[in-house]
Write a protein that binds this ligand. Structure first.
Ligand code: ATP
Length: 259
């Protein structure tokens, strides 16, 4: 069996928005090149936790943290951290596609151009490889210079994945990826995640326990306490995510919500 390497180590991590504690004392080790799901009831801090893994929530207001989040040993909340670099290494894909109002090609090339200049032929190759990796090349190869906003919702979501892949992240964070997608578009995204699993560390938030069972290797179950502060209840291999292996609070959540 391959040795499991920790990509992100979270140690006694608490998170505050405007001095209000949202998440308390979370510790977990997110394994490299595995898929980790984050589940839990609405409002328990899943999205906040996900965003704190690449400091995206600092774009949303005054934040404070306690404890540590280490990415391959480096504290991402350290003073010297280059945020642009961090967010390239740990990239976010949101529930709703957030493409730029520009062509399909330019959307994928955008982040690559920010890193540095590439000859056109090299850029073309990077864009093509990213679109192929995101399994959307065949659908868009003849309209690369058309607006990305003309694509279907599911195609836009795969284009967002291509845009993220183009800058070669090590980790992809996904927040409720398949919300609003029909079953076929959902299946395509899930197949895509399956294909990416050997090369990338993926962390995703989901309310869909079947999807979590199908896709993830590990599951982090959050809940909120009586003060409505989010806490980690369990972190376990997903195959243990059946009601009888959870403690009673997890069991209530899993069976009550999803049966
Ligand atoms: N930018 C923000 N500023 C202040 N409070 C916020 C902000 N974003 C989220 N919160 C609060 O943090 C708490 C957790 O929200 P979060 O969105 O992380 O929960 P969640 O578990 O992802 O919920 P859901 O499953 O409904 O998406 C909520 O009480 C929410 O109001």
């Amino acid at each position: 069996m391959n040795k499991i390497i920790t990509a992100i180590r979270v140690k006694n991590f608490s998170f505050y928005y405007d001095n209000q504690k949202i998440i308390e004392d979370v510790s977990m080790e997110i394994p490299q090149n595995k898929i980790t799901a984050i589940i839990g009831p609405s409002g328990c801090g899943k999205s906040t936790f996900l965003k704190s893994l690449n400091r995206m929530n600092e774009l949303e207001g005054e934040v404070k943290v306690e404890g540590k989040v280490e990415f391959f040993g480096q504290n991402i909340y350290g003073r010297r951290v280059n945020l642009n670099r961090l967010r390239r290494q740990i990239s976010t894909i949101y529930a709703r596609p957030n493409l730029f109002p520009m062509s399909i090609y330019d959307n994928v090339a955008y982040g690559v151009k920010l890193i540095g200049w590439h000859p056109k032929v090299e850029l073309d190759e990077i864009v093509e490889l990213a679109l192929k990796a995101a399994d959307i090349w065949e659908e868009v190869k003849n309209k690369l210079y058309k607006s990305a906003l003309e694509l279907s919702f599911g195609q836009q979501q795969r284009l967002c994945i291509a845009r993220a892949l183009a800058v070669k992240p090590q980790v992809i964070l996904m927040d409720e990826l398949c919300v609003g997608l029909d079953p076929i578009a959902t299946m395509k995204i899930e197949e895509l995640i399956e294909c990416l699993r050997s090369e990338l560390t993926i962390v995703f938030v989901s309310h869909n326990i079947q999807q979590v069972s199908r896709l993830s290797d590990f599951t982090a179950l959050f809940h909120y306490n009586e003060n409505r502060i989010g806490q980690l209840l369990e972190f376990a291999p997903t195959k243990k995510l059946v009601p009888h292996t959870f403690n009673s609070r997890s069991r209530d959540y899993v069976s009550g919500r999803f049966r």
